[in-house]
Every structure is written in C-alpha cells, then in structure tokens.
Design a protein around this ligand. Structure first.
Ligand code: SAH
Ligand code: F3S
Length: 482
C-alpha cells in the first residue's frame, strides 16, 4: 500500500462541516498518494454544491465515492475488497446506495469496471470531476455513468478545495497534474495524463487563504514538481512555441517556491515529489535562501544500478545522483533526503541489487518507502519485459533494504538528539493523550508533553531521547516563528 500518506489515513472516510439545507449523504474515502487525498477535497467541494453532506456511516450514504490507486497490483486488490464491503452493506442495510469509483483505477479500467463490478454505478477519471453533477443526474435516473476523458488543460485551479479531516494546520496545495516522464514501470502517465501546471496566481491565492484560516504548513504537490512551468497555460512541451513575452514572464518551480515563501514568510513550505533528473540547483538555492522552506527533499531514486535506471527510463546515472546529493549537502548541510525504491525490477541481478545497497550506504537517507516491483499492464516494462525476478528473491532483497533503511533512519534521528529542534504541533500523540506530536522542518516526528501549548504552535523542543524515527523531548518555549 502507498505509504506516501500517513498509513492511518488510507481508506479513512472523510468528513467536513455540514452545510445547512444539504439533504443527501456522501461517504467519500481515498487510497494512494497525497494527490488523491487532495483531489478528494476538490470532489467534496463540488459535491457540497450538489446538495451533499458527508457521513462516516456507509449504512447512511446515498452515494459512496472511493478515490482509487493503481500504482501496484496490491493497491488495486485493496479497492476490490472495499467494493465487496460496499456490496454487503448495500445488500443488508442500504439498498438505495449508489457507488462511484474515482481516480487512477477508474481511468485504467474504464467501462471494464461497470462490467466486472456490478456494485459500481459511476466511473470518473481524475480529469473529469467537474462533470460529476451531470454524471450524477444520469445515475439518479437509473443509468450507469462514465467519464474518463483526460484533459490537456484541467488543473481545478478555480475550485477551492474543502479541507477534509483536517488538523487545521497542514494542507496540500496541488500545483501540477499528470506526468510526462514515462518511467517504464509507472502507470501514472496513463491514468493521470499529460503534465499541466496551474496558474501561480491561483496557487498564491490558495496559500494566502490557508494562512488566513490558520494553516501553518503547506505541501506543494505534483507527480514531478520540479518540472512546474507556467507561461499562461498549455502543455510543457509546447513552451518552445510560446511568445518572447510569455517566455520572459514564465514561472518555473524555483520561482514558484520563492513566490510562495515570500507571500507568507511564516508559513512552512514543503514540496513533493522531485524526480532527480528534474531537480535544479536553483531550487536548492531557493530553499537555502528562505528559512520557511523546509529542509527536506523527497528524492526517489528507485535503483542504484545504472543498467536498471536506464531500463526504467530514469534519465540520470548513479554518478549524477551522487553529484546532486553532494551539491544539496554543500548548499544545505542539514537537508533531510528521503527515497522511494523499487526492488526486483525485471532483470535485476544480485550485482544490481548490491549497487542499490551501496547507493543507500552513500546517501544514508533520513527515511524511505520501499516496494517490490509490480508489473502494470500497458506500461513499457509491462509490455516489453518479463517480470522475471522470483517473488521470494524480491521479498528477501526488500527485507534487506528495509532493515538497512531503519539503521540509517536511526542514525539520522540520533543526529538531532540533545539539540533544540523547531516543531509545528499537529496533533495529540498516538501513544499518549498527554503528549503532542509534530514535525521538525526535516520532517522528523517529535513527541513531547503538552504543557501550555496548543495545536498550530511553533515550539522549540529540547530532545532527550529517540526511537529510530521519532524524537522525544520537552518544550522549552515558543520558537521565533510563532
Ligand atoms: N512522482 C510520483 C511517483 C508516484 S509513484 C510521486 O509523486 O510520488 C510513488 C512510488 O511508487 C514511486 O516512486 C515508485 O517507487 C513506486 N512505484 C511506482 N510504480 C511502481 C510499480 N509498478 N511497482 C512498484 N513500485 C512502483
Ligand atoms: Fe511515475 Fe516517473 Fe512520473 S514514477 S509519476 S512516470 S516521474
């Protein structure tokens, strides 16, 4: 399962403030990456205008929407199981219930969904959410409805997302949609379409609005944030045809970061995800220049072997990656770096795997998300390469790097032991009602006694103890950012 979002939130039903007069009940849940969770907030905003309020009880729902993930086969199986659950609830408690599938599985399977899963009434791809009112009208009249058209323009820049299950402190702001990178293992370019950037003006308006409503941290979201490029709209590949004026006033990712950092100098700013081939030193320098941009880069590498990187269509070598890491560390010495890895990509030899191990030893990532390769139908690797690494070998290699990552995380966490770290308080600790939980700019979780502080405060914490991924300490006062 995707771990990019807090594991606890996977499949958690989403709730928002009830709007008076809205009679119908919507149960909405999301799986997969942060972008799906962000999209569900756009969908909830559209549905609120259609007379729906959210409910957490499946038994009460007039409509169930599930935002789905296709990134690995296991993610799809999870959704299939959920559909079985909806089926049982509909049969036993709630015969009027309608079910809609959103997101990447909707896009990948299209009408097959309606054929294979009798429970499904509505199939809506990631670029078609504005069509929901029309599609819903079809469903209300007893017909199945589907829209999986991918768009070259849609960015939902004009819809202000409602914040679902929010802690009121941290929020996602989407800046690009789709991906043009075509990594050979990845289904995203097929399910989310061509890459488009959102108007910086609407991004800044959202950031300012979030600040005015008390939010203290945003994460700028995109499949590949570093290729953000706004020149008045249009696909990135068409930038060459843009006018001189458009080129001169264009906004790339480092400019966008700077605009956000300046617009709200006390707002913490994060971003995800960076493909190493697209991360520029300009971005790293902008991070160094503005204190409110958090010193953490999620920099998935997938493999340490040059041969495998090439087969994955990742457009950098192991040596170039090391150079990038060295440059980041030179410009921002305390920058946290995290990874995604795929183990058991077709043809991966023991030697290739050892290259991944030695790359991890070099970087010593702060944390990471590691997966075994899952063949996705329709991708280049799915079509042209046999999934030839035995499951047992994949599992053994995965266990080895998960253990190695834990060791490195522990080393990285310890580096902050017996120091003062700045923490933004997000919520009550899962393990203790009397403790707060928050994160440092480097994204390390810190837990400490609540004392006089409250959610949304920036505090300085003196760290006294740690586990492999969590710092434990005592607050010693508000930080200067509070
Ligand atoms: N750029 C995206 C990456 C999306 S997928 C982002 O914003 O995060 C997240 C991670 O899932 C990838 O970095 C990769 O490590 C993993 N992944 C993607 N396709 C996969 C596959 N077919 N099998 C196993 N893992 C995969
Ligand atoms: Fe997927 Fe590669 Fe884009 S992992 S989302 S095709 S950068």
């Amino acid at each position: 399962m995707e771990k990019i979002i807090d594991e606890n939130k996977q499949g958690e039903s989403l709730v928002l403030e009830q709007k008076e007069g809205n009679k119908r009940k919507l149960f909405i849940e999301s799986y997969g990456c942060a972008m799906n969770f962000s999209d569900s907030e756009i969908v909830a905003s559209i549905m609120t205008d259609q007379g729906f309020n959210t409910t957490q009880k499946l038994e009460d729902a007039d409509l169930v929407l599930v935002n789905t993930c296709s990134i690995r086969d296991k993610a799809e199986q999870t959704i299939r199981k959920r559909l079985e659950k909806y089926n049982a609830v509909k049969r036993d408690h709630n015969p009027k219930m309608k079910v809609g599938v959103l997101g990447c599985m909707a896009e990948r399977l299209k009408t097959k969904f309606l054929e294979e899963e009798k429970i499904v009434d509505l199939v809506v791809g990631p670029d078609a959410y504005k069509d929901l009112p029309n599609l819903l009208a079809e469903v209300d009249e007893g017909r199945d409805a589907i829209n999986v058209i991918l768009s070259k323009e849609e960015t939902y820049g004009d819809i202000s997302p409602v914040r679902l299950n929010s802690n009121g402190v941290t929020a996602f702001v989407s800046i690009t949609r789709g991906c043009d990178n075509m990594c050979t293992f990845c289904v995203v370019p097929f399910t989310r379409g061509r890459e488009r950037s959102r108007d910086p003006q609407s991004i800044l308006e959202e950031v300012n609005d979030l600040w005015n409503r008390g939010y203290k941290e945003i994460t700028l979201l995109g499949q590949n944030v570093d290729s953000y490029l706004w020149y008045g709209g249009g696909l990135k590949k068409d930038f060459v045809k843009a006018s001189e004026m458009q080129k001169a006033t264009s906004v790339n990712f480092s400019k966008l970061l700077e605009l956000c950092a300046k617009a709200q100098p006390k707002m913490r700013i994060r971003f995800s995800t960076s493909n190493p081939q697209d991360l520029t030193l300009d971005v790293v320098k902008t991070m160094a220049k503005y204190e409110n941009i958090c010193n953490h880069i999620h920099l998935p590498v997938q493999s340490g072997s040059n041969r495998i990187l090439k087969a994955m269509n990742r457009l950098h070598t192991r040596e170039e990656y090391f150079e990038l890491i060295d440059n980041i560390r030179h410009i921002i010495p305390d920058c946290a770096i995290s990874q995604d890895m795929i183990i058991g990509f077709p043809t991966e030899t023991e030697e290739d795997f050892q290259d991944t191990v030695s790359l991890m030893e070099y970087v010593k990532y702060h944390f990471g998300y590691m997966f075994t390769y899952s063949e996705r139908p329709g991708t280049m690797a799915g079509r042209n390469m046999e999934d030839d690494i035995p499951e047992a070998t994949k599992k053994r290699r995965l266990a080895e790097i998960v253990e190695l990552q834990q060791k490195h995380s522990a080393i990285r966490t310890k580096e902050h032991l017996n120091t003062i770290v700045e923490v933004l308080i997000e919520k009550t600790s899962k393990k203790s009602d009397t403790h707060w939980s928050g994160r440092t700019p480097q994204n390390t979780v810190v837990v400490f006694p609540k004392a006089r502080y409250k959610i949304g405060d920036f505090v300085n914490v003196k760290t006294t103890d740690c586990t492999s991924a969590t710092l434990i300490g005592d607050a010693v006062g508000y930080s200067k950012n509070n």
